[in-house]
Design a protein around this ligand. Structure first.
Ligand code: ZN
Length: 188
């Protein structure tokens, strides 16, 4: 990693100097920055350079600093059905304790006067990014025969039946059954 990248990763650092060993103290901070390294590796990701709004709540507790954070940004994805690229708002939350003396290997620690939010934010984002993103819930996808993008109207006709018509069709079918059952000629 080159020096510039190391410096840019400092956007994830929170200074906690005025919270260390002061249980009960709390700070809330918000800031925006450009994501220094892409989050996520699959069909959906937050690419480097994308703007990210971070709301952080830092609470001093006996064991360390409890961090609650919400990140709001934009994911760039490839639709799992039609393969078209699209963007969509993406929000992820996490809460982690940064301990003064981490006891487990996977526990986060307070480093000097700061905590580094990058590892928990990255973990939370990777988990929350959709594994099979779709550009819109009713994306018709590709025609299974031609592999071409399906015509949206044609796909809608074949897939979606207006629920009101479906209900009406059900009623008509019922009526026919009733007629047949009560028709004296047929029952005799
Ligand atoms: Zn699509």
């Amino acid at each position: 990693m080159y020096a510039g990248a190391v410096n840019s990763m400092r956007v994830y650092e929170e200074n906690v100097r005025d919270l260390v060993n002061r249980p009960g103290e709390m700070r809330e901070r918000s800031r925006s920055f450009a994501v220094p390294e892409t989050l996520g590796e699959a069909l959906a990701r937050v690419p480097a350079g994308e703007n990210l709004d971070l709301d952080v709540r830092l609470e001093s507790v006996h064991e360390g600093i409890l961090v609650s954070a919400t990140a709001s940004t934009t994911m760039h994805a490839e639709c799992g059905r039609c393969l078209e690229p699209f963007t969509a708002p993406f929000q992820v939350e996490f809460q982690e304790l940064f301990a003064y003396t981490p006891t487990e290997a996977d526990e986060y620690g307070v480093h000097g006067d700061h905590v580094n939010l990058e590892p928990p934010l990255r973990d939370a984002a990777v988990l929350a990014l959709p594994f099979q993103p779709v550009c819109r819930p009713d994306c018709p996808g590709l025609d299974p025969e031609t592999g071409e993008l399906r015509d949206a109207e044609a796909a809608a006709e074949s897939v979606a039946v207006d629920p009101r018509w479906a209900a009406l069709a059900g009623l008509l079918a019922e009526d026919e059954d009733v007629d047949r059952a009560t028709d004296p000629e047929e029952s005799e």
